[in-house]
Write a protein that binds this ligand. Structure first.
Ligand code: CUA
Length: 158
């Protein structure tokens, strides 16, 4: 039996307790609050995404009163989000579907916890509810070329 100093034993126990607490925190956040690592909602062909399907005709679609889905395509050259303007009534829940037609982009929407990568070939899905009126800018957060700073848009809640 190895002799362990009293204080060292306390530190070992404290470290083990910290691990258990962290594991519980992960369990609570994922199972009780539904916080998950984003995973691709679907796979798409980046070469055709601007020509066919929902991302070829991006924008808002109303599913029910105060319930929308927004298809947004990020694209370089010209560096732009399609669309770069969205408008929903206050109290709306919007599910965002994002993809890129070329390189890696980012999508951060002010006033929400949406801050995701937008990758060619993958669809990223995030949902947010807008209970306050205002203008919420969205920007590209991944450097994507010389026009990166031009990639922004606004969501207006009225
Ligand atoms: Cu798109 Cu930076």
């Amino acid at each position: 039996m190895i002799h362990v100093e009293t204080y060292e034993r306390y530190w070992i126990l404290l470290s083990l307790a910290a691990l258990v607490i962290f594991a519980i925190a992960i369990g609570v956040s994922s199972f009780m609050f539904g916080i998950q690592v984003p995973s691709p909602e679907a796979l798409v062909n980046p070469n055709t995404v601007a020509k066919t399907g929902n991302f070829a005709n991006p924008g808002l679609r109303q599913l029910a009163p105060n319930k929308y889905e927004a298809y947004i395509r990020a694209q370089a050259s010209p560096w732009k989000f399609y669309p770069d303007k969205l408008e929903v009534p206050v109290g709306s829940t919007v599910t965002f579907y994002l993809t890129s037609a070329d390189v890696q982009h980012g999508f951060k929407l002010e006033g929400t916890n949406i801050n995701v990568m937008v990758l060619p070939g993958q669809v990223t899905k995030m949902t947010a509810t807008f209970n306050q009126k205002g203008t919420f800018p969205y920007v590209c957060t991944e450097y994507c070329g010389v026009g990166h700073q031009n990639m922004f848009g606004t969501l207006v809640v009225k």
